[in-house]
Write a protein that binds this ligand. Structure first.
Ligand code: EPZ
Length: 428
């Protein structure tokens, strides 16, 4: 495991470009399976999670050619229909490949997913949605289904043909929405998802699939319609910028009292984050795909409540938590999406933060300054929060187990050092 050694107290300033979105790249990499040909993708971040996904694509039989900014994926020779357990265990979001493999072959086998431990994250919504069964005049629900069988930790989904249906999600699950879209691209008829997730990554997936020739309407709203088509075509597609990396970089500058020009962002993707940054005292200016932020000398306390998009994103909760530990006043954070996303708090307390957690609520009492010490990443976004805290802490902070952070941030240390941070990687 490796560590970041962070020298605290340095003001961050300058300009930095945001990388492509991890959470748009993963479903879009999966979507290439549906095109029985060649797909060229640009702006895919070079991070652990996209590398693992490409490993699985190669295992399935895809030919992948990569150069500096392009990934070319040829799926003509894909024959396998199962996601290998050892790769599935490394990353929960590999479950997104299930919908694409099912959509192409009407069959897929996978094991229960692994990934960050930020909550139970059952995949019941995904599986429930796969219940495509032949419509029958007797079956008033016209629910369609795939036969789903489980055997010693493996799940196999099989059907003769996927036939469009209406699916109402109990929870606007991002992964379930994406899996249903991928599984329905070649279905007979139309699938309508109600209470669909509205995240920008779903819009990006739909834009990419529609460019290939799919027929998806309503992405970005809570009702999405997918009309089955016969064939997709070869396309080139550039993945959207990463809105969570954008928010993380803005918070890194804000906690150090600095200023930054953030380039290649889609401002409307981070409205909620920008609103909260203004509430804590930052001056924000938007100019097309650039965002200028100037931080105050002292941050003000604010309350945060995570919600499905377009609400405040759960993936920004820990990073804001780190910032609020040294804001003036008391802040309340309510985490409504994942039941175990405060694991980073104990590590912040080792740096002198005053935080108490009760269930899904955290109360933060602002302290004058944190002190550098050795802390341990607990998950991807929790690890990012510790880096943010270390930037402003007195003295040196060692953030261990940065492998969690490398899952979702492309060269976070290099980006922050470009803005004036002093972060060194130590291999352990
Ligand atoms: C996606 O995860 C993102 N991951 C997460 O980002 C993000 O936090 C989450 O959406 C919410 O925005 C990727 O896109 C790869 P969900 P996903 O299905 O699809 C419950 C990051 O840090 N739920 O919307 O797993 C679940 O327990 C990651 O980049 C069910 O109850 O999120 C959770 O509490 C972390 N049953 C909530 O919904 C289900 O079948 C959100 O899950 C599925 C989900």
């Amino acid at each position: 495991m490796s560590s970041y050694i962070i020298e605290g107290g340095r003001k961050l300033e300058g300009e930095i470009e945001v990388s492509g979105s991890k959470n748009a790249s993963l479903p879009i990499l999966a979507a290439t399976i549906l095109n029985k040909g060649n797909t060229k993708l640009y702006n895919v971040p070079n991070i652990h999670d996209t590398k693992i996904t490409q490993e699985i694509l190669k295992y399935l039989g895809c030919k992948i050619k990569k150069n500096s900014d392009k990934i070319e994926i040829n799926t003509k020779k894909v024959t396998k229909k199962e996601i290998p357990e050892h790769l599935m265990r490394q990353m929960r979001s590999t479950v997104i490949l299930a919908g694409a493999i099912l959509g192409r072959f009407n069959e897929v086998t996978f094991s229960y997913p692994g990934g960050c431990d930020i909550g139970s994250r059952p995949i019941d919504l995904h599986l429930a949605a796969f219940k495509f069964q032949k419509p029958s005049f007797l079956n008033s629900f016209s629910k369609l289904g795939v036969n789903i069988s489980e055997d010693s930790g493996f799940i196999t989904c099989k059907c003769d043909k996927i036939i469009g249906t209406n699916i109402d999600l109990d929870f606007p699950s991002v992964g379930a929405t994406e899996n249903i879209i991928l599984a329905s691209v070649y279905a007979d008829g139309t699938t309508k998802i109600t209470n669909a997730a509205m995240e920008p990554e779903i819009v990006d997936l739909a834009k990419c699939l529609n460019k290939m020739g799919a027929k998806i309407e309503g992405a970005g709203t809570n009702v999405i319609k997918i009309t089955g088509v016969k064939k997709l075509n070869d396309v080139s597609y550039s993945v959207m910028p990463d809105r969570i990396e954008a928010g993380t970089l803005l918070c890194a500058v804000a906690i150090t009292g600095g200023n930054v020009k953030l380039k290649n962002v889609i401002p409307e993707h981070i409205n909620q984050i920008l609103a909260k940054l203004e509430q804590i005292g930052c001056e924000i200016e938007i100019e097309k795909r650039n965002i200028y932020l100037k931080a105050p000398k002292k941050l003000k306390a604010v309350d945060i409540k995570t919600m499905p998009y377009p609400g405040f994103p759960t993936d920004m909760q820990s990073v804001f938590g780190a910032m609020l530990t040294i804001a003036k006043g008391n802040s309340i954070i309510i985490e409504n999406i994942f039941e175990n996303r405060f694991r980073y708090v104990n590590e912040l307390k080792r740096m002198g933060a005053k935080v108490s957690v009760e269930g899904k609520i955290a109360i933060l009492k602002g302290v004058r300054r944190l002190s550098g010490t050795t802390v341990e990443s607990t998950d991807l976004r929790g690890g990012a929060a510790l880096v943010i805290a270390g930037l402003a802490a007195k003295g040196t902070t060692i953030v261990r187990k940065i492998e969690y952070i490398l899952r979702g941030y492309e060269g976070l240390d290099k980006k922050l050092n470009k803005l004036g941070a002093k972060i060194v990687v130590k291999e352990e």
